[in-house]
Design a protein around this ligand. Structure first.
Ligand code: S3P
Length: 169
């Protein structure tokens, strides 16, 4: 069985949907960000602060290369992972790419109150979200499956993904 790879902006619900997918399918799940933190022994925020975004992107690509080789795993990627072509290619080799799409206001609502996303620690996070989303949109939309999540709870999003995958227990 191929991997189910969740992509989407920060706050698109990848972590919550991945937990629901794991519950419904019995597959194991892994978060690329968690693996990076474990490997580096520090938080994403600290990595950005101490080494900068480019170094973080290198670490991200390295973890994605490692994780993509597995099968039957639900892989949640960080919101910026799609911007490196090599990440997309390696994830696609062994997985179905799913884009959890949401409007900037939804993303703002879902990320506010959480300060561990260095790219959104700025005076106007809504403007930053809109700006980054515009830059990333075309890459996200290369996914095999796109789900509009604004009005949906994570369980329903997971159900929709499995329906589109024609997944049967
Ligand atoms: C990022 C998203 C974050 C994390 C890092 C950078 C991004 O992951 O990888 O802060 O560039 O969108 P989540 O999408 O899981 O928040």
């Amino acid at each position: 069985m191929k991997n189910i790879v969740l992509t989407g902006f920060m706050g698109s619900g990848k972590t919550a949907v991945s937990a629901e997918l794991a519950r419904l399918t019995g597959f194991s799940r892994v978060e690329v960000d968690d693996e990076i933190e474990r490997q580096a022994g520090m938080s994403i925020s600290d990595i950005f602060e101490r080494f900068g975004e480019e170094r973080f992107r290198d670490m991200e690509a390295e973890q994605i290369r490692k994780l993509a080789g597995r099968g039957g795993t639900i892989i949640s990627t960080g919101g910026g992972a799609v911007m490196r072509e090599e990440n997309m290619a390696v994830l696609r080799e062994n997985g179905v790419l799913v884009y959890l799409r949401a409007e900037p206001r939804t993303l703002l609502r879902r990320t506010s109150g959480n300060s561990d996303r260095p790219l959104l620690n700025c005076p106007d996070p809504l403007a930053r979200i809109s700006e980054l989303l515009e830059l990333r949109k075309a890459r996200y939309e290369m996914a095999d499956i796109i789900v509009d999540t604004d009005e949906m709870v994570p369980g329903a999003v997971a159900g929709e993904i499995l329906k589109r995958l024609r997944w049967k227990r």
